[in-house]
Ligand binder design. Structure first.
Ligand code: APR
Length: 249
């Protein structure tokens, strides 16, 4: 079954005028970063209301930094996997113009994609809530929590979007423009339940694009918005699609 869908996806990519990818935490699972909502995911360990809402960060930063430190450790040591590398290869072949990611791990850029929109920000930098300086995450020794600004000792917050915070305006407007102007969107490793990010595949569909889902399991997009779902691990499916594209080129 998947072989036929992989061939269909390769055909769709080759005939597409403009292809974008929309990715979620599932694409980074093969890099050792657990996703959020699968069994064993981050939200099983940390209740998002208590740890991932901006109000929780302000009311108990030391507690929220316990989760952030966990994520930092995973993100700073993770390497791109074959799914990230496959998307970078599609870009190099001129067959993928943009990656819109909900992930904050920087793995698409590390794999070689050059046009990446971080819809939920990035773990790479942190901002001081008082003096507004920005600090590079890799240069910070995260031992005492909450992490404080090296300049003024106030609270440092990673430049990731917490629940209750707005999406960075330029990321949102550019992503919506890309969704409305593409002819194909590869939706990879997302449960498609968090808005406004989850509206991206729908915008593409409404603009006439083909929507291909690559995911371990069906999502609310499946059968409603997606033209088809290729079930399984992105780390296996994406390289298989790239190989099929090369064979047909
Ligand atoms: N290959 C493909 N899909 C996978 C894989 C894999 N190896 N592993 C897991 N998945 C799928 C899961 O089945 C699930 O449908 O990836 C999806 C991940 O869903 P979530 O954990 O909800 O992650 P995501 O969709 O990125 O969450 C969106 O919610 O918590 C917030 O800000 C956070 O950006 C995140 C947003």
């Amino acid at each position: 079954m998947n072989q036929q869908l992989i061939q269909r996806a390769a055909q769709d990519i080759l005939k597409s005028q403009k292809t974008i990818a929309f990715t979620g935490a599932g694409i980074s699972v093969d890099s050792g970063i657990p996703d959020f909502r699968s069994a064993g995911g981050l939200w099983e360990k940390f209740n998002p209301e208590e740890y991932a809402h901006i109000d929780a960060f302000y009311s108990d930063p030391a507690k929220v930094w316990l989760m952030l430190k966990d994520m930092f450790t995973l993100v700073m040591t993770a390497k791109p996997n074959s799914a990230h590398i496959g998307l970078a290869e599609l870009e190099r072949m001129g067959l993928l113009s943009t990656v819109i990611t909900q992930n904050v791990d920087g793995l698409h850029q590390a794999a070689g994609n050059t046009n990446v929109v971080e819809f939920h920000g990035s773990h790479r930098t942190l901002s001081c809530l008082k003096c507004n300086t920005t600090h590079d995450g890799t240069s910070l020794a995260i031992k005492d929590l909450p992490v404080r600004c090296p300049r003024c000792s106030s609270l440092l917050k990673p430049d990731v979007v917490f629940f209750g915070e707005p999406i960075p305006p330029r990321a949102q407007s550019y992503s919506f423009r890309e969704s409305r102007s593409c002819s194909l969107v590869l939706v990879v490793g997302t449960s498609a339940v968090v808005y406004p990010a989850a509206s991206i595949p729908m915008m593409a569909k409404e603009s006439g694009a083909t929507v291909i889902e690559i995911n371990m399991e069906p999502t609310p997009l499946t059968g409603q918005v997606s033209d088809y779902l290729i079930s399984g691990s992105a780390g296996e499916i994406i390289p298989a699609i790239v190989e099929e594209v090369k064979r047909r080129r």
